[in-house]
Design a protein around this ligand. Structure first.
Ligand code: FAM
Length: 438
């Protein structure tokens, strides 16, 4: 079977040729306009970035190299004994544009687990942090510290050729992804179960199987399958979202993958982005406490209005690009529907009922361009049901996942020789002057 590196190597000349062709034939072609609203509106809608692994359609949602979520669920290999696509098969797809075979997926799982032990100095660093420090801060610090062993940085210092950058970047990226479970699980242990012994990596398990084992939920097959789906689904969401864009920007300075992804994690840690999944659960639990056992649509509506009238956003609803219910939300809901034990969970039922009324309330409220749920509306409640109840930790799981997309695009940015990112900014005076003369 072809190795991952060979599969990438085979694709590089094809993509390089395509980029060359685009440059030669279309460098001066206009493909969109820049309005003042783009400049002052967080660059929404501005087509200004190359990101090859996935594209987000406002109506249909995410496509990974052209494959929809149901396509991926059908085609990407699962773990032995499992049904859900796994991180490794998604990683292979994102990196190469091709669906891996069963054998390629298993080889990649084995390769990752063999790289997956956390260096001792990082363990010490994480163990020295106060348990009260937010788990996302700890994750970002741990990832940044892993750059001690960056092969890209070492190779750059030696003066390797630009055409070889991608190989050292790939090694760093695989090392980083492989070590995320041990790092993230250590943070969980330290914060929530101090003193508890940690399991070691099992060479026969996939990345997420090992993550669940290290978290201390080793025998929970349903949680493992849920997290396999969750982590594959959250892997990539085109390039403009705050974490992906941050990784891309920092990587464009030739900062190594560890530093680039560490920066991305701190973008993910914001409540308008990845932290929303923590916020959703907190908000739904508060709703549950207030409503009690009499969970009716009217009571939920009342609570939604209370949230909106107090000037807060409804967490888990709305999106910068999507204009329909998020297909990732739908895939996770389908997982819930397929498991009888989840049907009776009060928190899962509450999330479902909230979905039945929230879009109507948000439409009536009239502000958000997308009154529908995003993935965060449901991702946490299943974790909660399976006993992973510490919702401050949820964004860390998102952070383990988002590496799949962010860092594969770092490999491609180096393989395609993309330049330093440096958009033009404008002062208020300059915007006014340009607008008046337009
Ligand atoms: N509840 C209440 N108001 C909302 C809202 C929501 N869920 N979503 C948007 N709005 C408001 C928004 O605050 C803005 O109000 P102002 O004009 O007063 O500033 C207005 O509607 C227009 O916003 P928009 O154009 O529809 O959305 P944006 O593209 O500016 O923002 C989000 C997108 C995701 C930041 C926004 O919808 C939001 O704050 N949602 C709640 C937090 C959340 O779920 N984030 C997770 C996003 C996710 F998919 C991820 O990154 N994981």
């Amino acid at each position: 079977t072809q190795s991952l590196k060979d599969a990438i190597k085979e694709t590089i000349p094809v993509k390089q040729e395509q980029l060359k062709r685009i440059k030669a034939q279309h460098a001066g072609t206009t493909i969109g306009e820049v309005k003042v609203e783009n400049v002052i509106g967080g660059m929404r809608g501005l087509k200004a970035m190359l990101w090859d692994s996935s594209v987000l359609d406002p109506e249909k949602g995410i496509r990974f190299h052209g494959l929809s979520i149901p396509d991926c669920q059908q085609q990407l290999p699962a773990a032995p004994g499992g049904k859900e696509m796994i991180a490794e098969s998604m990683l292979w797809l994102l990196l190469t544009g091709k669906v891996p075979s069963e054998a390629q997926t298993r080889t990649l799982s084995r390769d990752l687990v063999e790289r997956g032990t956390l260096p001792n100095y990082v363990e010490k660093l994480i163990d020295s942090l106060p348990a009260t420090l937010h788990p996302m801060t700890q994750l970002g610090m741990g990832v940044a510290a892993l750059n001690h062993d960056s092969l890209f940085q070492a190779a750059y210092e030696k003066g390797i050729k630009k055409s070889e950058y991608w190989e050292a970047t790939l090694e760093d990226c695989l090392n980083l992804i492989s070590r995320l479970p041990a790092l993230a699980a250590r943070i969980y242990r330290n914060v929530y179960n101090p003193g508890k012994a940690m399991e070691s990596l099992d060479k026969n398990l996939d990345l997420v199987g090992n993550y669940v084992r290290l978290l201390g939920f080793g025998d929970n097959h349903s949680l493992t399958e849920y997290l396999r789906l969750y982590i594959a689904l959250h892997g990539d969401h085109e390039g403009g979202n705050a974490s992906a864009h941050t990784a891309h920007l920092v990587g464009s300075t030739l900062s190594d993958p560890y530093l680039s992804y560490s920066a991305a994690l701190f973008a993910l840690a914001g409540p308008l982005h990845g932290l929303a999944n923590q916020e959703v659960l907190r908000w739904q639990m508060a709703m549950q406490t207030e409503i009690g056992s009499d969970v009716t649509h009217d009571r939920i509506k009342e609570y939604l209005w209370k949230t909106l009238k107090s000037g807060q956003v409804v967490p888990g609803y709305g999106h910068g690009v999507l204009r329909n219910p998020d297909p990732r939300f739908i895939a996770l809901q389908q997982f819930c529907d397929s498991k009888p034990e989840l049907q009776d969970s009060p928190i899962i039922q509450l999330v479902k009922k909230t979905y039945e009324v929230a879009p109507g309330v948000l439409k009536e409220h009239g502000k958000t361009k997308n009154p529908y749920p995003n993935v965060d509306a449901t991702s946490g409640c299943v974790l909660y049901h399976y006993g992973l109840t510490q919702f401050k930790y949820y964004t860390v799981i998102f952070g383990v996942s988002r590496a799949l997309g962010c860092i594969t695009q770092l490999v491609w940015a180096r393989a395609l020789g993309l330049p330093l990112e440096r958009p033009k900014s404008l002062s208020l005076d300059a915007i006014e002057k340009l607008a008046k003369s337009a």
